[in-house]
Design a protein around this ligand. Structure first.
Ligand code: CP3
Length: 341
């Protein structure tokens, strides 16, 4: 039914002429048309207004023609729906004025009715599906429970999320109760997104790499696994753990359809660690988009040759940076479309 289904075929591991391409955070501040809307409406208004969220989602598609769209929203709509206040402060990023640090704090955290609290996301999905007109698939996403806990406990972004780790290691029972509440909410949320029309889901464990391999199993992976178990029969799941190369072997056995890889792990090592059968996604260093377009094209072609054209989705190793020139982003996408084996 979807005209360009390269992305869905790569998720199934089918043979393709060229790999599909999209970019994490492709709907973002490097686009002048995004900045125009950003100057008029604050962050959560953009997320909560289906007309704006769907428009922002299709902006990069119109300009570059990626093979998949990702719904404009944020991972922090989940804590917000769970009765934790979340602000997006200009030039600062996420700010949670009442972080969760005690049992009393946790008692105020609710497992929300998804339609009541996040019905606007489902409406944004329906509006986006209409705009996409079955041309390409739409990706829905959520943060991993660990990554969401990081913000809920730290109260803001951080280089090391020391307060989040302190809570896990001094009061693991409290941390696990919070992680389970986030997991339960996320499962219902992602199922509702699939029901509303997304064709695949990605779970972003952006801060999984902050944990040691042993702590990763305890505080992140077991909850990611619960989400994959609950979703995998509803839609393909992509598990992206930044800095989590050490877990690729375990992740490959999880039932996920694909695994995200960042640029600190070579294609060869990622294939080796993940066992060679599962689809991989990544792993261009987002800062490498500062290289001249000609060089970007060369590096992208080389990256495809290293991963192989099959069981592979071309992407960055993390989100695109706000100050990337438009022509450089174009070179990244074009290099994939021009790829010939
Ligand atoms: O990928 C896309 O195009 C879809 C949109 C998307 C956003 N956030 C929009 C956004 C996605 C997939 C996210 C996920 C997200 N949000 C993650 C996981 C992915 C990652 O990058 O690690 C995380 C950790 C967040 C939390 C978050 N939201 C932060 C840290 C920030 C501020 C940092 C910054 O770049 O300023 C946000 C705000 C945010 N979310 C912006 C966008 C486009 C920028 C601010 C704005 O538009 O006003």
């Amino acid at each position: 039914m979807i005209k360009n289904d390269l992305f869905l075929r790569a998720l199934k591991g089918e043979t393709v002429d060229r790999p599909p391409v999209w970019m994490m955070r492709q709907a973002g501040r490097y686009l002048p048309e995004f900045m125009e809307i950003k100057h008029k409406y604050d962050f959560f208004t953009r997320c909560q207004t289906p007309e704006l969220a769907s428009e922002i989602t299709v902006q990069p598609i119109r300009r570059y023609g990626m093979d998949a769209a990702i719904l404009f929203s944020d991972i922090l709509v989940i804590p917000q729906a769970m009765n934790i206040e979340v602000e997006m402060k200009p030039n600062f990023g996420p700010y949670l004025p009442n972080p969760i640090r005690s049992q009393k704090d946790l008692d105020s955290v609710i497992i929300p009715d998804i339609q009541d609290a996040l019905g606007y996301v489902m409406n944004a999905i329906k509006a986006t599906k209409e705009k996409l007109n079955n041309e390409i698939p739409l990706i829905g996403f959520a943060g991993s429970p660990w990554t969401i806990l990081c913000y809920c406990v730290q109260g803001q972004g951080s280089k090391n999320f020391d307060k989040a780790k302190e809570l896990c290691f001094t009061n693991p029972i409290l941390a696990h109760s919070l992680l389970q509440k986030i997991t339960d909410t996320t499962i219902t949320y992602l199922k509702a997104k699939v029901e509303a029309g997304v064709d695949a889901v990605q779970v972003f464990d952006s801060w999984g790499g902050m944990l040691s391999p042993v702590d990763y199993q305890e505080f992140s992976w077991q909850y990611m696994q619960q989400i994959i178990d609950a979703l995998k029969d509803n839609a393909p799941v992509i598990a992206f753990g930044k800095g989590c190369w050490f877990a690729l072997n375990e992740m490959a056995k999880s039932g996920a359809s694909a695994l995200g890889v960042d640029w600190t792990c070579s294609a060869r090592n990622a294939r080796y660690l993940s066992g060679g059968k599962i689809t991989l996604q990544g792993n261009f260093d987002p800062s490498r988009l500062f290289s001249p377009p000609k060089e970007i094209k060369k590096m992208v072609t080389q990256m495809i040759n290293e991963f192989g054209k099959d069981k592979y989705i071309v992407n960055l190793g993390h989100g695109i940076l706000p100050n990337i020139p438009l022509d450089n982003a174009k070179a990244f996408v074009d290099a994939v479309k021009e790829y010939k084996k």
